[in-house]
Design a protein around this ligand. Structure first.
Ligand code: ZN
Length: 161
């Protein structure tokens, strides 16, 4: 049993644009990196669900795109599952979860935050979703400094959708 992580997503087609895809190249002043997850676009405040049951192993602020003043600070949650893999949920509003908390399949992890403001304010909201290999409890690393730790979530999400 698995749960689709954003039931109110605009589309379950993955990715909805090239920039949202796993492995797309992101570059900024300090260098280039690859996108470590998939961005699933949804209305601001959409609920985000745990894809499988597990345990919360990390909650932190998500620095998103620190080079961009338009990028709001959001939150990031990691859940370790029974087989050791970790799912990660970024671009959330501040969640009401703590480390060590058991979480069930389909339980609410949080809600999508408004991501961009200022001149680009378009009520932009998304779930940044990652899958990590067994034993990988990275803190946020969305540009993928250690890409071998990441699993492309495309096939996984298609198997649910
Ligand atoms: Zn992303």
């Amino acid at each position: 049993m698995k749960a689709w992580p954003v039931p109110d997503a605009y589309s379950r087609k993955i990715p909805s644009c090239p920039d949202a895809a796993f492995g797309s190249v992101r570059s900024y002043k300090k260098g280039a990196g690859k996108h470590a997850g998939i961005d699933i676009y949804a209305p601001v405040g959409s609920k985000v669900l745990a894809i499988e049951s597990g345990r919360v192993v990390h909650v932190s602020e998500f620095t998103g795109a620190p080079w961009s003043p338009q990028w709001r600070r959001t939150w990031y949650v990691m859940i370790e599952h029974k087989d050791g893999r970790v799912s990660a949920y970024g671009e959330l509003r501040k969640p009401r979860l703590r480390n060590g908390r058991e979480i069930k399949l389909g339980q609410i992890v949080g809600y999508t935050a408004k991501v961009i403001f200022g001149p680009m304010d378009i009520d932009s909201s998304m779930l940044h979703f990652e899958l990590h290999r067994k034993g990988s409890r990275l803190s946020q690393d969305w540009i993928g400094k250690r890409p071998e730790r990441f699993i492309d979530p495309t096939r996984y999400l298609r198997s649910i959708g």
